[in-house]
Structure formats: C-alpha cells, structure tokens
Design a protein around this ligand. Structure first.
Ligand code: ACM
Length: 535
C-alpha cells in the first residue's frame, strides 16, 4: 500500500500543505531536468537519493523530477513543491529555495531514503501534494564551539549535513578560546603548534574541581576550513568565522606570551570564570589581530566576521598598570572593527560590544537573555537573537538527576520550541532589525560528536521550526517528531536524546554539573547588562 498525503509530516513544518490524490513512485527510470544554474542542487539530489534508493536520476526528458528557478513568483528562499502521479516539480525563488524544497521532498519519502546506502527495495512513493513554503527568519543559525573541544573535520561536515536537513543556514564557527586555538595562521605558527593543545581538561562543571590528565587538542588547516566552507555552501549554509578577541585568548597568549596583558599558565584546562588571557594594548597585538583577520578573510567568504568581544575582564589591564583600563575594551573593539571593515566585511560581535559604542553596520549577537537583542535593535544595529536563557544547547534538557552534566537553566524541547527571536518589547521598526535566531553549542561538556548529537537533537529540530516556520502547536510538533522525524534521525545515525531521558550510556556520573534556577540566572544577567541597558 502506498502512503497518501495524510502521511506528510515534515520538520520544519511547511507554511502550506495541500493534499493530493495518489503518489509519484520514484524508480531507476525517473529522470531529472534542471537549468544549468541548478547543477549543484541536482548533483546533491542525485547523491542523496541515488545512494539510498538506487534511483540515480539520469538527465533526460522523461517523466520524473523537474527543478525550476522562479524568482518572480516566489520569495528568495521560498519554494513550491508539486507532486502528482506523473512527476515532481520543485520551483524555488532562488537556488537556496530549490534546495529547501529538495529537503522537504526527501522527507516525503520513507525514512530509509535518508540512509547512505540502500536497505530497502522500495517502492519509493512520494505522496501527491502541493507544498508552498518560505522561512519566517533569514538568519537560522547554529554556533558550534570547536575550541573547548576540538571537533574533527568529518564530524563538522556531518553536522553541516544535519543542519541542511533542518533548513538551517548559518554555521557560526567559534574557532578560538582560552582552551584551544583551532585556526591555522601561517605567520603565527605557535598558535597551532602550542595553542591547539592542552595537558588535560576539567571534567564536569567548575564547582567540583575534577580534572583528567588526558591531553586534548587539534586544529583545522586552511585547506580543511576551505573544504568545510565549500561543503556548507553547496548546502546553502554560510560559515561565519569567530576569532574571539580581545579576551578569551589564553591559548594564543600561551603560544606567544608577549601578546598578553599578564602571563598565563599554559593553554587553559578549566571551564568557567574569566581567564586572565587578554591581549595587551600594544602594536604587536594589533599586528597579530591584523594577520589573523587577513587569514580569516582569505579563507571565509562570509559577509560577516565575528570578533567576539564577550566577557573581557579589566583586571589584567589594571595589573599591567594601564592608566585607563575601563576604556580598553571599547578601544580594542574600535580597532578590530576598523580592520574588519577595511577588509570589506561586516563586523559581528557579542552584545558586550554595545557598551563601547559599536560602529554603524555592526551585527550584534544578543546572548544575555533578551537584553542584548533589545539594546542592539534600539541602538539601530542589526541583531541575531542568541539568548542563553532560551537557546543555549549546552544547558540541561531535563530535570532528572541522570541528565548528563546538567548546567545552566532548564531548556526542554518544549522550551526551545517556544523560542521567539523577536522580543515583544520591540517596536515594528526595531523588530525589523532582528535578522533571526541562533542556537549555541558551547562544548565544555561535549567532547565528541556523540555528545553533540545528544545535546543538539532533537532540540535543533524544535529550534529549526521556531526560526523557519514560526510559532506552532508544541503537541502537534511532538506528534510529528515521534511519528516520523525520529525515524529520520535514526536513519541519519543521530544519537539524539530520547524524549524520556538519556540511555544509560548517555549519562555522565563522572562529570557532575551545576544546575541553575532560571530566576537566579535572569537576576545575574540583569545586573551584568546594566551598561548596555543604560541604567
Ligand atoms: C557567550 O556566551 N559568552 C557569548
């Protein structure tokens, strides 16, 4: 029996689904027609469906699948997918729109169609329907911290594939931090020969002072990063690089001590608190930043370059005897922003950089609850909503004592689903400056792709729906997830968190956490954001 359109259960939820009669059955005879501009999308589809179904979609005029560009009739990332018993048409407002439509098409097939090899003989039936769809938000991002724990390149590529399944379109790569420098810069070789390695790591959150003595490290070469960028671009995902400056640089200072305001004790092995690893306000440090940004711009075509700017302690500048340490964060951000702009890119920084008066045209990552997003939009900046109390995926997803390394506030699947990038306090004009939302995956407590799977999925499915589809009914989403989408994640080999809680092997009794109450975290953030809220 072939599936009918009542079986349509796509994640993220399309804007409109009009059921039809019957189904199109994919077969080895199915052809694929496309204009030359969509050769990349056609190649992706052939690879994805050929491997799992044995239907390799030869070029041809016969009945089958047709890809069409239709910028006049459709929104830029929108698509219209029409399936009848005679064939399939995927029409997009751009190549990105067509690609989004192909992701939906893949979800209309049985879950086995998402595997990398054939396990079933079919029939590969696609229920007849018309689906019209477009995203609610342009920036549908995920920040991946590859500094706290290095994530091997093949895992990053796999992460990109999973983003594409969920129509997420910005991968913000947090490439450097106190605990590791992961970005090769030829003019400064010790950044990776020294700064990419540490002697051990804290296990669990900092309250417990437990350490292992297992060395950890790794970095990406320029070629690795170019490969990631190209692979993501084929999937209509922009990789936005972050070099976190002028704080969070203990690894760089361990490699080149003269860059630091004060000495540091090697590449950092502990989490939390603020490291003294802060750049000194010197010509050498500015030369270092310029060289790093040259290399960033040579590798990443992203229109945005993130210079970090978060959580910079003033103590090290005070300790070096600077007469006006309070002014140095604003001075550094001004210098770094000028370098980014001189290289033809737009500045992206965390919401702390609002305090020094970020230059016009800066994009802000509003992370301290909604305060950063509100302050940035009111100051006339474009902003991406990244609130830690809503979309930090390192935060615990259950209240159960078995939840692995439970830190931060409770962010259940339903909480993530309820995320709204645009704070209700904003006027319509201010709200228009919110480009979208971004989930953060800080990896202090995720030392492998398996751990990232557990923390990210299925919460990223809920996040994707919040930023692509907009508000929905959580119970209906959960129904779609359970009836159809978890089987897709299984087929894709994702070790997601079961809805009822962790499998025994997913617990971390050896790495205890520090759960926070929401009210306490919110009070803390209210205090920390006084300077950007103008109170
Ligand atoms: C951040 O969480 N420090 C951006």
């Amino acid at each position: 029996m072939l599936p009918d359109s009542s079986s349509i259960a796509v994640v993220p939820r399309p804007a409109r689904v009009l059921p039809g009669e019957g189904a199109y059955v994919l077969s080895p005879a199915t052809g694929l027609i496309h204009p030359p501009e969509l050769a990349g999308e056609a190649a992706w589809l052939r690879g994805a469906l050929g491997a799992s179904t044995g239907c390799f979609l030869a070029s041809g005029d016969g009945p089958g699948i047709e890809l069409v560009l239709d910028a006049d009739a459709l929104p830029v990332e929108g698509y219209r997918l029409a399936v009848t018993a005679a064939g399939v048409e995927v029409r997009g407002g751009s190549a990105a729109g067509v690609f989004a439509g192909l992701q939906t098409l893949r979800q209309l097939l049985p879950a086995d169609a998402l595997r990398r090899g054939a396990v079933a003989a079919g029939p590969w039936a696609i229920p007849a329907c018309v689906i019209e769809d477009a995203p609610v938000h342009a920036w549908r991002g995920v920040m991946l911290d590859v500094a706290r724990h290095f994530l091997p390149k093949h895992e990053v590529l796999r992460f990109v594939d999973l983003m594409a399944v969920h129509r997420l379109n910005v991968l913000h790569l947090h490439l450097t931090d106190d605990q590791g420098w992961r970005f090769e810069v030829p003019a400064w070789p010790r950044l990776t020969s020294v700064g990419a390695w540490r002697t051990g790591s804290m296990r669990g959150s900092r309250q417990h002072e437990i350490f292992d003595d297992r060395p950890h490290g790794g970095f990406y070469t320029g070629a690795d990063l170019r490969e990631i960028v190209a692979y993501a671009a084929e999937r209509h995902i922009t990789v936005v690089p972050e070099i976190d400056l002028p704080g969070h640089v203990q690894a760089a200072v361990a490699a080149y001590p003269s860059l630091g305001a004060v000495p540091v004790d090697g590449v950092r092995t502990r989490w939390g608190g603020l490291s003294d690893g802060v750049l000194a306000p010197t010509d050498e440090a500015l030369r270092f930043c310029a060289d790093v940004l040259d290399q960033v711009c040579a590798i990443f075509p992203s229109p945005y370059v993130c210079i970090g700017g978060d959580e910079v302690p003033k103590g090290p500048w005070q300790a070096m005897g600077h007469p006006d340490p309070a002014s140095l964060q604003g001075w550094f951000i001004g210098e770094l922003a000028a370098m980014v702009i001189a290289r033809g890119r737009r500045v992206f920084g965390w919401d702390e950089i609002l305090a020094g008066g970020a230059p016009a045209g800066t994009l802000i990552g509003g992370w301290r609850a909604d305060h950063g997003t509100i302050a940035a939009a009111r100051a006339g900046h474009d902003v991406v909503a990244c609130p830690d109390t809503s979309v930090y995926l390192d935060y615990r997803q259950g209240d159960h004592p078995d939840e692995p390394t439970p830190v931060g506030v409770l962010l259940t699947l339903a909480d993530i689903y309820a995320f709204r990038p645009v704070p209700s306090e904003l006027t319509e004009a201010e709200a228009a400056r919110v480009l979208g939302g971004q989930a953060q995956i800080w990896t202090e407590f995720m030392d492998s792709g398996r751990r990232i799977d557990y923390m990210a999925y299925p919460r990223l499915c809920a996040f994707a729906e919040a930023v692509w589809s907009g508000p929905g009914d959580y119970a209906e989403f959960e129904g779609r997830l359970v009836s159809a989408h978890l089987a897709r994640l299984d087929a894709l080999g994702v070790e997601y968190r079961p809805l009822a809680g962790p499998h025994p092997w997913q617990t971390r009794p050896d790495a205890p956490g520090w759960p926070r109450e929401r009210a306490d975290r919110e009070a803390e953030l209210l205090e920390l954001t006084k300077d950007i809220r103008g109170v």
